[in-house]
Ligand binder design. Structure first.
Ligand SMILES: [Zn+2]
Ligand SMILES: [Zn+2]
Length: 284
């Protein structure tokens, strides 16, 4: 018992020393932040590209926040989609750093924004689902970026994360596929090993692009007994950006990358100024 108390004492001392030597830093500008700000300083937070006027069904930017034409013509299988940010610099660079360069310290910068956006939308979900990676990809990457976001969000909202949701198979890159082929490519992509009786599940992902992935996952979740599904993504990549009109820094290249599992028509390569946008936080 006594050694246990000693152990806890030394652990607390170590944590204090760690905070002193390695204070939290803003992932965008590298400035040391206050404890309450964590990974995102106030000026950077105010400068981020906000996704304010957006379609309430799919979170795509619309001029006055009205429901977009594609959602009116073909309503998605989910109830609402919320994304606090637009997938533009520096958000795109930070999310790519998280996903492809294992910069896990980036995730906490997005969590408070996502939690606030969820609360503003008044969705009242009772469970969380992180978009799963295929087991092979999860093993090679070592983590799932959607899970890195979903875990702290679930803690903040006091909601359980649904177990037993996985990718049944690897899907081909979606480049060059038309809408129907894209849907077929993802058909049966997810496996849900049990039935749930939750009223409203919240799918958490890093980026929402065409919505093909969440469309398939939402359909599976509803088949497994969940009455309603909504989507919370850190950032929304809009059609205007995908066509290259909104951000000339981004160069469209063919999606032949094995590491990118986003169901995108295009993959973006950041310009030189975007290559190292994320501060080297927690490095001496
Ligand atoms: Zn900053
Ligand atoms: Zn829409």
């Amino acid at each position: 018992m006594t050694s246990n108390r000693h152990w806890r004492y030394w652990f607390r001392c170590w944590r204090r020393l760690e905070r002193f030597l390695l204070p939290p830093r803003c992932v965008y500008c590298g400035v040391a932040t206050r404890i309450a700000e964590r990974a995102l300083c106030a000026p950077c937070r105010d400068d981020l590209p906000r996704n304010t006027a957006s379609c309430r069904r799919c979170a795509a930017a619309t001029p006055t926040g009205e429901v977009c034409a594609p959602c009116r013509e073909r309503p998605p299988p989910w109830f609402r989609a919320v994304a606090p940010l637009r997938y533009e610099f520096p958000v795109n660079a930070a999310l790519r750093a998280l996903k492809f360069h294992r910069r896990l310290e980036v995730a906490p910068a997005f969590v408070p924004l996502m939690v606030a956006a969820y609360r503003r939308a008044e969705l009242d979900c009772d469970a969380i689902v992180a978009v799963p990676l295929h087991a092979n990809r999860h093993a090679s990457r070592g983590f799932n970026q959607a899970q890195e976001l979903a875990r702290p969000i679930a803690r903040a909202l006091g909601l359980p994360i649904l177990p037993g949701v996985s990718r049944a198979r690897r899907t081909r890159p979606q480049s060059g596929l038309d809408a129907n082929a894209r849907r077929r490519n993802l058909e049966g992509a997810f496996r849900i090993g049990r039935r749930f009786d939750f009223a409203h599940a919240l799918i958490v992902d890093d980026v929402m692009t065409t919505g093909a992935t969440v469309r398939e996952l939402a359909t599976c979740l509803r088949r497994s007994g969940i009455a309603r599904v909504s989507v919370l993504a850190a950032a929304r990549r809009s059609a205007a950006v995908a066509s290259g009109a909104a951000d000339r820094r981004e160069r469209v290249v063919q999606n032949n990358s094995q590491e990118d599992d986003e169901p995108n028509d295009v993959v973006f390569e950041e310009g030189p100024e975007a290559a190292v946008p994320v501060a080297t936080a927690r490095q001496p």
